[in-house]
Design a protein around this ligand. Structure first.
Ligand code: PXP
Length: 250
């Protein structure tokens, strides 16, 4: 069954907009779990623009499902991850001027910096995932660096401007899943997925987990986090039911 990781960073973004103590991302994580989230995802950025060290520690103590920490390979952040020991760490690129993570980590380019971080996190018993674009050489490099999993950047599909472009991107995602499996990697998906566009992605067989943030937090403003998560889970199940049966052409 497709798993849903709920990214709660944007709850902290609203809190930080006023430098206040609400809304609390810890509370959001509890509500997301009650709505059926299979994991809670947060990104401890170097500039602490949303999630801060207090949040990370409290999430570690309160989240009952899987905790997934998105992080750069900066030594300060790696040290925190090794102390915190979330169930999973997802290595992402990080640029201070970006609004959100804008693309995948270039594992080919940064292999020498990335591989030792993967080794240290795995030695601490943490599952390690690489957030990468659906490109074969990046997937192969992730396998060489001994990641357990890859999270494929779905932004290319989410930002496609025509149906033809969206179809091309969906084909790229399907090939990336096959390539990941060929390399023995678990394959997740994330970025830009919404209530409107998630169906076609969930209908591709082979995914393990989707990480979705902005769209769920946006909807939670109107319907509450629990219902927002429930609805996304329902869409994932519906997508899964639309997957071609084994041996049937996609
Ligand atoms: N996965 C990763 C690795 C991300 O960096 C992000 C963005 O924070 C997401 C998933 C969630 O993306 P979105 O907020 O567009 O759903």
């Amino acid at each position: 069954m497709l798993r849903l990781g709920v990214n709660i960073d944007h709850v902290a973004t609203v809190r930080q907009a006023r430098g206040a103590d609400e809304p609390d991302p810890i509370w959001a994580a509890v509500e997301a779990e009650l709505g059926g989230a299979d994991s809670i995802t947060f990104h401890l950025r170097e500039d602490r623009r949303h999630i801060n060290d207090r949040d990370a520690l409290l999430l570690k103590h309160t989240v009952a499902c899987k905790l997934n920490m998105e992080m750069s390979v900066e030594p300060e952040i790696v040290k925190i991850a090794l102390e915190l020991k979330p169930e999973q760490c997802t290595l992402v690129p990080e640029r201070r001027e970006e609004l959100t993570t804008e693309g995948g980590l270039d594992v080919v380019r940064w292999r020498k910096r990335v591989a030792p971080v993967v080794r240290r996190l795995k030695a601490a018993g943490i599952e390690v995932s690489a957030f990468i674009e659906p490109i074969e050489v990046q997937i192969a490099a992730a396998a060489e660096c001994r990641f357990d999993a890859i999270e494929i950047w779905t932004g290319g599909y989410a930002h496609a401007r025509s149906e033809a472009a969206a179809t091309r991107e969906l084909d790229r995602l399907a090939s990336a899943i096959d390539c990941g499996h060929d390399h023995g990697l678990t394959v997740h998906a994330g970025h830009g997925l919404t209530y409107r566009n998630v169906h076609a992605v969930a209908a591709i067989p082979g995914w393990c987990e989707f990480n979705i943030g902005h769209s769920i937090v946006a909807r939670s403003v109107f319907v509450g986090m629990r219902d927002a998560v429930r609805e996304m889970k329902r869409l994932l199940r519906r997508g899964e039911r639309a997957q071609p049966a084994c041996g049937e052409p996609a």
